[in-house]
Design a protein around this ligand. Structure first.
Ligand code: F6P
Length: 504
């Protein structure tokens, strides 16, 4: 039976035994900001929020997140709660307020200057700073307090997201042994050798072993985690069940690849497509040439510079391709308070300028670099117009841009050029798979994509679309909630009540 929104609703309603669902993610799904006289509600450029919002709409419950919009407080009640989505409320967003120092140390500092480069093999050096670590710990405690308030005294499933909250499961477990805690780690887990440079590795592993279930996108990352635990901390590993037992409590470690709702993408792209397509071509001043498209947050793990260099190499090797295509790169600025990210925006603009200067012909330029956030609909229309979408991550947990591209191709055409080092490459086998470091191979893959016969495109795209339709986001959430429901049924009734003091 296929996974649908209705089937997921059924699991949430009937199989969780009345347990409340509380999601914890750093990023909020709806953000309020002042806009002239008024207040604007936007959604962030984040695969995580795009994937989880339809799940929460289906299941209801509470999403606990950092309230980062400048008008968030005005729009929330005294506890930081606001019903969302604003036009059709289906669940509660509980905002946690952080000071600038907390945000700097926990989010920019430890999460994104230490954990992020530690977990991604992109040859960026992690920066371990004890002040950042202190803020990371303090903010994990702050979130634990908010979660404990939200679960109240009843049974609950807490669904923790990502590397911002490695310590949270242990804090919750100590305060409420009865909670079912499931953690999804959206980025890769490195091998043992890479991880052991982290000065606080024991606390992190112990924190994560507060979970009942810890999940990664792919089996390799589960294996890396188990090996890290095996060599790093006192525990017993059961390789038959992929489970770790520490101090009498067991954490299951399982792969569950995240996905999207392809029907939402398809419905969005179909609406006024011709009109939107004309508008977009006019805005980007693109004629009838073919489009290659890239859509990313500007992040050094995404291989955007490699992508530009592959375009450069393609034109050096095949000058006859000049004016036949334009590469449109949407690059939403991200984490710009971190120097490496700020610099990357400038480096990419300079690189695009240099390549454009080298290959320009009349008004034609090979690369259009849109260094801004674009709305989801605009991106889907761009996907739909493209001859190919290029995803060249140097390392990526999954990459939902690849799946969105496939979902947007209701015409059954288009080519996906996909890095072998993105989790999505394990599922999307009919993509043209590349090593983004191998620029010659990458350039040839772009040529292949630009010249692939329609029939081959259609065959590949049909299989890709089948894959995304079957393994959709409802399946991802459904599998995780089904695991959670088994744990709920096996759990004795609450022995302890929320105790903020335990956290002190
Ligand atoms: O890829 C990891 C991740 O945390 C995603 O889960 C999320 O969509 C993305 O990074 C966005 O990051 P941020 O919230 O820091 O902008």
């Amino acid at each position: 039976m296929p996974w649908t929104r209705e089937r997921l609703e059924d699991v949430a309603r009937n199989r969780l035994g009345g347990a409340k669902l509380v999601v914890v993610a750093n990023r909020e799904p709806y953000l309020h900001s002042f806009d002239g006289e008024g207040i604007r509600c936007t959604t962030p450029a984040s695969g995580l929020t795009t994937a989880l919002d339809p799940v929460m709409r289906a299941c209801g419950g509470t999403w606990v997140a950092h309230g980062s919009g400048d008008a968030d407080r005005v729009m929330s009640d005294e506890l930081g709660r606001v019903p969302v989505p604003p036009d059709q409320p289906a669940y509660t967003l509980r905002r946690v307020w952080l000071t600038k120092e907390e945000e700097q140390g926990y989010y920019y500092g430890f999460a994104n200057e230490a954990f992020w480069p530690l977990c991604h093999i992109a040859y960026a050096r992690p920066r371990f700073d004890s002040d950042d670590w202190a803020q990371y710990r303090a903010v994990n405690r702050k979130f634990a307090e908010a979660v404990l308030e939200e679960v109240e005294s009843g049974p609950a499933v807490v669904f923790v997201q990502d590397y911002h909250f490695a310590l949270l499961p242990r804090l919750l477990r100590d305060a409420r042994p009865d909670l079912v805690i499931v953690h999804f780690w959206h980025i890769p887990w490195p091998n043992r050798e890479a991880f052991r440079v982290c000065p606080w590795q024991d606390d992190i592993l112990d924190g994560l072993l507060g979970n009942d279930l810890l999940s990664f996108h792919v089996q390799d990352h589960c294996n890396n985690f188990l090996e890290t635990v095996d060599r790093g901390i006192e525990s017993r590993i059961d390789m038959e069940r992929f489970a770790v037992t520490r101090n009498g409590r067991t954490t299951l470690v399982q792969p569950h690849p995240i996905s999207i709702d392809p029907d939402v993408v398809a419905a969005s792209v179909e609406r006024n497509l011709d009109y939107e397509a004309r508008r977009l071509r006019n805005r980007l001043r693109i004629g009838n040439e073919k489009l290659l498209v890239g859509v990313d947050r500007v992040d050094y793990t995404k291989g955007i510079a490699e992508r530009f260099r592959a375009v450069d190499r393609l034109l050096q090797r095949h000058p006859d391709l000049k004016t036949t295509f334009t590469f449109v790169q949407v690059g939403a600025p991200s984490r710009v308070h971190i120097p490496a990210y700020r610099r990357l925006n400038e480096e990419l603009s300079e690189l695009a300028d240099e390549i454009n200067w080298r290959h320009a012909a009349g008004a034609w330029r090979p690369i259009v670099f849109l260094n801004e956030q674009c709305g989801a609909r605009q991106i889907y229309v761009l996907d739909r117009l493209a001859a190919a979408c290029v995803v060249s991550s140097l390392h990526d947990g999954m990459n939902l841009v690849a799946k969105e591209f496939v979902a947007a191709r209701t015409d059954g055409r288009g080519v996906l050029v996909l890095s072998r080092f993105a989790g999505a490459a394990r599922e999307l086998l009919d993509a043209v798979l590349i090593n983004p470091y191998a620029i010659d191979e990458f350039a040839e893959a772009l040529r292949l994509a630009l010249t692939m016969p329609d029939e081959e495109q259609e065959q590949r795209m049909a299989r890709l679309r089948q894959e995304v339709a079957t393994n959709n986001v409802y399946r991802w959430a459904g599998m995780l909630l089904s695991e959670a429901s088994k744990l709920v049924q096996a759990r004795p009734a609450a022995e302890s009540r929320p105790s903020i003091e335990i956290l002190a």
